[in-house]
Design a protein around this ligand. Sequence first.
Ligand code: PLP
Length: 363
Amino acid sequence: MIYLDNGATSFPKPPQVVRAAEEAMVRAANPGRGGYKAAMAAAEIVFDCREQAAALFSCKPEQVVLTANCTHGLNIAIGSLFGDGSRVLISGFEHNAVTRPLYARGCKVKIAGRRLFCWEELLDSFRRELRQGVDGAVFTHVSNVFGYILPVNEMAAECRAAGVPFVLDAAQSAGSLPVDFGALGAEFIAMPGHKGLLGPQGTGLLLCGDPGKPLLFGGTGTLSREKTMPEDLPERLEAGTVNVPGAAGLAAGIRLVRGMTPEKIFARGHGQTMACGRALEEMGYRVFTGPHQAMTLSFQGKADCEEIAEALGSRGIAVRAGLHCAPLAHESAGTLEKGTVRISFGHDASPAQTNALLRALGA
Ligand code: PLP
């Protein structure tokens, strides 16, 4: 199979990740729940995962909270900062993992930037909304539908200057674009462990610059006499047993990413994305590419998007069609009615993958 659905999750997982997760299941028990060897082994695995993330994202290990996925982290971040009536600024390219928690909490959502690949229009509307007053901003780093990279460093800096909390959704950038927690000065950065960081499904990270409010309450293995959750991170936001095999696999995945370097991963994926876009255009497809493109692109053909994806699937090419859990992004780009076919490259992007896709489309 030619796998071009890395926007959903990276697949297959590298052997080092599989081995680390498997080994954890036979070697490690429950971290922080005992002083015996297997419990200590689990604590070491979890700490190693925090250390790997801290090294990649320039933060402290205790600021790294293990989550079940990116959605989990975004829910903690949004629940910590906002409530009923909070005015929250987002881009026109957010995933439902941002919009649904905001609406569920009764936030007043304001949208900045509706034009695909246009930083000028985004920054103009962002500044206008910031001047009018907002209680916070939640922005995706990269659109999961179009691979559009947003100017998050500029926006985070302006939020810092205005004293407005900033949350970054790094679902599509962690592992392939620079994400520097210290430099960004964000309150929270949420990311999956299972996409660009190459970890197992069911893993995620929340980098915290704020103590946050727990989403779940329960045992942490610390301060057991207290009726309330501990004040200290990461335990404060990690009630219950953490996913130890997941943390082991994720630590192995982050090690691989650090070894390959996000810069080289990006250069490979971006190169194939642009080559693929040019070839699809020559074949008569409507291709959504532009400046500020990451490792993902969307296209439309004469046939229905689902039909195109199904035909590709039957030829062994895995892509995703439809709305990609991001109706707002499709609304902004004018593709809400038909949806798009999405191609998303991963750390293993290669000309062979691009050629196989193009051949399957009849090139
Ligand atoms: N945000 C964006 C931009 C995404 O692309 C995704 C998943 O595709 C998510 C959030 C949610 O990630 P997860 O499935 O890990 O919860």
